[in-house]
Design a protein around this ligand. Structure first.
Ligand SMILES: Cc1cc2nc3c(=O)[nH]c(=O)nc-3n(C[C@H](O)[C@H](O)[C@H](O)COP(=O)(O)OP(=O)(O)OC[C@H]3O[C@@H](n4cnc5c(N)ncnc54)[C@H](O)[C@@H]3O)c2cc1C
Length: 550
């Protein structure tokens, strides 16, 4: 049952066995899994059924970079739109890219302080498989085997075989549900649909929207007595639950806990709530690959572009093997490629001509004799490409220039100074806003240079091309210029074996509060370079099964 909180105006306080807070990917999966169990479940969502601006106001806060307030750099972290309020949460506009974390992400690595999860990839693998249903993925092939599936050679650039074995890791990382046969027409899964279709299940269970959990009240800071819920127009109620699961995302989980309990917040006996904020440092601006020929560039872009696998799409990218990362003290890093259309190529000229003819834009047609002759000379290739546009889901093969963009995204080194804390300012519901102080370490700033060096030697040796670095690279990195974060906030309630090192244990239960669980990227101790939501989904399924079992 989906209910507007305002309609509960004249009823008693809310009671349930399990209260899930937040209706994004995590909350939707947990609700779906728990709703058929013995539990009476309430899902509280701060926003409405659809995302609306008034509710987005609740996200406002302050951003510091390396402890400094720099208003000109606010675009580095778009803290309002990095999370959406409404059923489905941020999946209302996410990209839908999915990939499991890698084995190395879970390991304690000597060269990365505070790395290491209390669980390993193998612990999560069965839940990734179960998550496929929610993410509408039709594959669980994530490594170089994918190249066979899409009919390509694994070493398409003829790179040094030894290097390929030790350095490069081909991964199919990015899958999206296609709504038609063509790769061009795709849409990512909005998790709202699992909530809208949940009416057939146990009617005792409720999804309540316009219901922001503003704080959790605990007399002894060891057990949550109740939560205080408010609608945007000021209606207030208490919610009593045997267990609370916070699924409000990487910023808001920490914010709720810091706004709750006594003194220093709830579940914060060791002052770790909000600390170890992990972003995903990324840039397209620091290096380019200049290929030796346009043919090499076109081959690269075609092969590292979108592919269709079953009902999904995949965009391959490069990563670095575990041993190589160990030897060179690298952060786990992903590299994607992007091309620039070659507007002098006969295929491009013919494409424009065809478009103008079909749209009857005769005024635009202004072909030189040279261009006309080049079309005639390459007519076979041009016709083949037009045919491909109709018959191949990938569409036409666009010729590109030698210059290729490189998109870099890496994990961030966990550090205590990178953190969320409460501002003195309050939002319209009386919750203290957040200050996000994004701190990078020396290693985060050096990693792009190290990666560039390894790519340069690999591509140079194989006669693919050369890597050209931005002249002001180091300065730009230090100033966060075109070096930003993405909407993958993680780490603010990290998972740990020991009470001294984190906020929740490996079953996502608070180390200090008996009836409190967290399910969000906020529990990641390290965050891979891979997007987080598929892993959040796997953790949600694992937690639901755990709660049903205990
Ligand atoms: C533009 C963009 C593109 C992205 N693309 C990708 C991608 O391709 N792949 C990927 O893996 N990830 C991507 N992400 C990240 C992805 O959206 C998140 O990882 C995912 O949505 C997190 O799910 P969640 O359930 O933890 O949190 P959210 O989806 O953020 O949901 C949290 C919910 O909690 C609610 N809430 C917050 N506070 C309260 C409160 N106090 N009381 C009640 N409810 C509350 C919010 O309203 C929201 O509905 C992208 C993000 C952005 C911004």
């Amino acid at each position: 049952m989906i209910i507007d909180f305002k309609k509960l105006q004249n009823t008693q306080n809310i009671k349930c066995d399990i209260c899930i807070v937040g209706a994004g990917a995590a909350g939707s999966i947990l609700f779906d899994k728990l709703t058929d169990s013995k539990f009476n479940v309430v899902l509280l969502e701060s926003g409405l059924v659809d995302v609306e601006d008034d509710y987005q106001e609740l996200n406002k806060g302050e951003i510091l970079l390396q402890g400094q307030n720099n208003k000109n750099k606010n675009e580095v972290i778009d803290y309002v739109n990095f999370r959406l309020r409404g059923l489905g949460g941020t999946t209302n506009h996410w990209g839908g890219g999915c990939s499991p974390f890698h084995e190395i992400d879970f390991l304690k690595r000597d060269w990365i302080k505070k790395s290491g999860w209390p669980i390993k990839l193998n612990d999560l693998n069965p839940y990734y498989k179960k998550a496929n249903m929610y993410f509408e993925l039709s594959t669980d092939v994530w490594d170089e085997k994918i190249w066979n599936d899409i009919g390509l050679q694994s070493n398409l650039l003829n790179l040094n075989e030894d290097k390929v074995k030790t350095l490069l890791r081909y991964r199919s990382g990015f899958l999206k549900k296609s709504i038609s046969k063509a790769i061009r027409d795709w849409s990512a899964v909005n998790f709202k649909k699992y909530l809208l279709s949940s009416k057939s299940k146990n009617s005792e269970n409720r999804i309540i929207y316009d219901a922001t959990l503003t704080k959790l009240i605990s007399e002894n800071n060891k057990f949550i007595d109740y939560g205080v819920v408010k609608s945007l127009n000021g209606i207030e109620k208490k919610i009593f639950a045997k267990k609370f699961i916070l699924c409000s995302g990487g910023y808001e989980v920490a914010r709720i806990l810091l706004n709750s309990g006594k003194n220093n917040g709830l579940a914060n006996d060791n002052d770790l709530v909000g600390r170890y904020y992990l972003g995903h440092p990324n840039t397209t601006d620091f290096m380019k690959l200049i290929c030796n020929t346009k043919e090499i560039a076109s081959k690269l872009i075609w092969n590292f572009g979108w592919h269709k696998i079953g009902e999904n799409q995949s965009m391959p990218h490069l990563g670095f093997k575990k041993k190589f990362q160990e030897e060179h003290y690298l952060l786990n890093t992903g590299i994607w490629f992007g091309g620039h259309e070659d507007k002098n190529h006969p295929i491009y000229i013919a494409k424009q001509l065809r478009r103008d003819l079909l749209n009857k834009n005769f005024k635009n047609i202004n072909l030189s004799t040279k261009e006309f002759l080049s079309i005639l000379k390459n007519i076979d290739e041009i016709l083949l490409n037009i045919k491909r546009g109709y018959t191949n889901p990938r569409g036409v093969k666009n010729p590109v220039k030698e210059e290729v963009d490189i998109f870099y995204m890496a994990e961030q080194v966990p550090n205590k100074d990178s953190r969320i804390y409460l501002s003195k300012e309050k939002d319209m519901l009386g919750m203290n806003k957040i200050v996000l102080d994004w701190h990078l370490t020396e290693m985060d700033r050096e990693n792009p240079l190290k990666i560039a060096k390894h790519l340069a030697s690999t591509f140079g040796e194989a006669n693919v091309g050369k890597i050209v670095l931005d002249d002001n690279l180091q300065e730009k990195i230090n100033n966060f210029e075109n070096f930003g974060d993405t909407g993958h906030p993680s780490g603010t309630t990290r998972m740990s074996d020991s009470k001294d090192d984190g906020v929740v244990n490996k079953n996502l239960k608070s180390h200090f509060v008996d009836n409190l669980y967290v399910c969000s990227s906020s529990v990641f101790p390290t965050s891979s370079y891979t997007s987080p939501t598929y892993s959040i989904g796997a953790l949600a399924i694992r937690l639901a099964e755990h709660l049903i079992e205990i």
